[in-house]
Design a binder for this molecule. Structure first.
Ligand SMILES: [Zn+2]
Length: 333
């Protein structure tokens, strides 16, 4: 498969009547494409895939899910956002190699991190050699596998939230205010939930919802340990919402998992979006979406006393940022 073929699968949804919009941009300026099914009122679920380059099969999984749920009467009482491919630059490096890059310095940088090999099929990072699912500001840099130098995987970045793809997903999440998020990865057929420091009450809530996902898919549910800086971790720590990482595809398969495995993966996961929405509706009174920006203002007011000028400046900045993103998100590209 080429990157163009992968992108065509996502873009092709428009021909079936799904509206695509941008969840943000990659470092190289690619659109991070998203769609929505169901109603914009009521609880929302956000499902994202392809944050690790070689795991692009998860983008195709989300394409199938969105296709299946488009104009489907069962999606009611809320809605579901799909962010198909959070790391499009990385997916292109994995699928096409580095010839498409115009800049020799970037090519040499990637080649040296890849031990001089032109085979990038095992690539996980973005074009900056940052592992995006370790770059989020949630106990950043504290994971047992983290590395602190640019690499094809596990490099946390030079500072938290440094990468454009990460900032895009954060802004998109703050704009859409999901009640539950699910991140699709490969591989191992397991579901991770929970994060260090989460309240017992919320862990119990997340476990209960997670058990229903586990029952439906047959994937065991595992409490996260020694992993930090992921999107799931950020959602749990900063927004206090239930958030899950699904590792799909049998452990015996090699990366990148080929499209021939898609039907099996899809069959086990096809009802997850609807179940997640059902759980979001069921638990809506217990899910309190904490806006980290507002939390910071609260904290600032509590620690420094109320400073009207600083408060207004920050609020204005926030509103401007949000409306800019809203414009971007809803303009067809
Ligand atoms: Zn992954």
């Amino acid at each position: 498969m080429t990157y163009q073929e992968l992108e065509n699968q996502i873009v092709g949804l428009q021909d079936e009547g799904l509206e695509l919009f941008n969840a943000g941009k990659s470092v190289l300026g690619k659109n991070i494409l998203a769609t929505h099914v169901g109603e914009y009122s009521g609880p929302q679920v956000l499902i994202q895939g392809g944050i690790h380059a070689r795991e692009y099969i998860t983008a195709l999984l989300l394409v199938e899910m969105a296709r299946n749920l488009h104009n489907n009467d069962s999606v009611k009482g809320g809605g579901i956002y799909f962010v198909f491919l959070t790391n499009p630059d990385g997916a292109q490096i994995c699928l096409d190699g580095i010839d498409f890059l115009n800049c020799d310095i970037t090519k040499n940088y990637l080649l040296s991190a890849n031990n001089g090999s032109t085979d990038f099929s095992q690539y996980k990072a973005n074009v900056n050699l940052v592992d995006l699912n370790t770059n989020f500001d949630a106990n950043w840099g504290g994971g047992s596998q983290n590395v602190f130098c640019p690499a094809t995987e596990d490099f946390v970045g030079f500072y938290p939230n440094s990468e454009r793809e990460v900032q895009s997903l954060i802004d998109f999440t703050l704009n859409t205010k999901p009640s539950i998020t699910i991140s699709y990865h490969t591989k191992g057929n397991v579901i991770y939930y929970g994060f260090e420091g989460e309240s017992e009450e919320n862990i119990a809530r997340d476990q209960s919802i997670g058990e229903s996902f586990s029952e439906l898919t047959g994937y065991p549910l595992i409490l996260t340990e020694n992993s930090t800086g992921g999107y799931k971790d950020w959602c749990i720590q900063k927004l206090t919402i239930p958030s899950y990482t699904f590792e799909v595809g049998d452990e015996s398969l090699s990366h990148p998992i080929g499209v021939e495995s898609l039907p099996e993966i899809y069959n086990r996961n096809k009802d997850i979006p609807l179940l997640a929405l059902q759980k979001a509706i069921e638990y809506s009174k217990q899910i309190d979406f904490q806006d980290p920006f507002v939390q910071n203002i609260d904290r600032e007011v509590k620690t420094n006393g109320f400073n009207e000028e600083s408060y207004c400046a920050r609020l204005l900045c926030k509103l401007n940022r949000r409306s800019a993103h809203r414009r971007d998100n809803h303009s067809r590209w």
